[in-house]
Design a protein around this ligand. Structure first.
Ligand code: PLP
Length: 355
């Protein structure tokens, strides 16, 4: 199906007021947004218009019952000024996976990609040119039907916003292995990028920060022993030369960076094993000197090197140096900026292809 996206532009862009060397994280938005309404069983009126607040009825169902999901992705620009998207079809697919879990309607994947391309193309001056920085894109969907009562809403909005972000100078992070609160259980909503998952993580994350850690390391909900993931990142360990990451068991978010890191590691000749990983194994590997590296992976941060894990009274030393983690970070950034060959065919151009 073909969609006509109506475009109404701002009179004058705010891009000239942006200091690209000093972008306040998550607070700066581009001039326009992509927006589409779901009514009477169909998505209608896809459009790009000036970004502005939207009037919401106080009974909008997302506010009460939490039908709200999102995606996170990045657009980069080559030195020739050409915008590139990183594996956008994966985000379109995952949005619909989340929608399905939350009883929300599918969003047409071709319209997702087309809206994204047209928005990024219109906002290309906002894409920070420095390697490691990007235009962060936030597609999301929420129930806006005014209704008090428990059922799936009948009207929704799908929106894509864009927010420039500077290079992330990630320091090495310390994780707190949480043994009281959980993030997700099999059969729950952990595998969906559902807004409520993050609300539930806020308090435990504040408590971990108050203890001097950067992020929570989530453990399984039954024994607090199997490792799940970190904040908004999946996790990898390198033990005696091999990489390990928790298998997707229904409670772990299926990260697109995770998938890309697995592909890249395998292409570089590393063995990558997806299976359950216990904290005991990590403690043992740390003690016997076989724990070589650990890092988190996610769109927002890229690769975050892990220094230590706090678990009960233990401080587990994890890694001091991450040569492979660094290689991955540099390769992904290099491919995104067009400086390295896109050997995996990850990048998608926003400009119309001539057919
Ligand atoms: C978004 C997210 C990730 C990372 O996914 P990417 O697709 O790599 O950005 C990992 N864990 C959680 C809980 C997330 O929300």
């Amino acid at each position: 199906m073909n969609y006509k996206i109506n475009i109404s532009k701002v009179e004058s862009s705010k891009v000239d007021s942006l200091d690209f060397d000093n972008i306040p994280l998550g607070k700066t938005f581009t001039d326009h947004m992509f927006i589409c309404d779901y009514e009477n069983g169909a998505w209608t009126n896809p459009r790009i218009e000036p970004l502005k607040p939207i009037a919401t009825h106080p009974a909008a169902m997302a506010l009460h019952y939490g039908q709200a999901i999102f995606e996170g992705m990045k657009a980069t620009v080559t030195k020739e000024g050409e915008p590139l998207l990183f594996r956008p079809a994966k985000n379109a697919e995952r949005l619909n996976f989340s929608a399905d879990r939350m009883g929300m309607p599918d969003f047409p994947e071709n319209l997702f990609i087309e809206g994204l391309k047209q928005l990024v193309d219109l906002e290309k001056k906002w894409i920070p040119p420095v390697e490691g920085s990007a235009l962060y894109l936030r597609p999301f969907m929420y129930a806006d039907e005014p209704f008090i009562g428990m059922r799936a809403a009948t009207s929704y909005k799908f929106i894509i916003m864009a927010s420039p972000s500077g290079p992330f100078f990630t320091k090495r992070i310390k994780l707190y292995a949480e043994t009281k609160y959980i993030r997700a259980a099999e059969g729950g909503t952990g595998e969906a990028k559902a807004a409520g998952n993050y609300a539930a993580a806020i308090r435990p994350t504040e408590l971990a920060k108050a203890k001097g850690y950067d992020q929570v390391l989530w453990l399984d909900p039954h024994e607090f022993n199997y490792i799940q993931e970190v904040g908004t990142m999946n996790i990898f360990f390198k033990i005696a030369g091999k990489f390990y990451t928790p298998n997707l068991n229904g409670a772990i978010l299926n990260g697109i960076t995770r998938l890309s890191v697995i592909e890249l590691l395998k292409a570089r000749g590393f063995e990558v094993i997806e299976r359950q990983i216990t904290l005991e194994e990590i403690i043992e590997a740390s003690n016997n000197g076989t724990l070589e590296e650990a890092f988190g992976t996610g769109t927002a941060v890229g690769i975050a090197m892990i220094e230590a894990i706090g678990y009960k009274d233990l401080n587990i030393h994890v890694s001091d140096e991450n040569p492979v983690g660094q290689m991955i970070q540099d390769t992904i950034n290099g491919i995104r900026s067009g400086a390295m060959v896109d050997e995996f065919n990850w990048m998608v151009k926003t400009e119309k292809e001539l057919v």
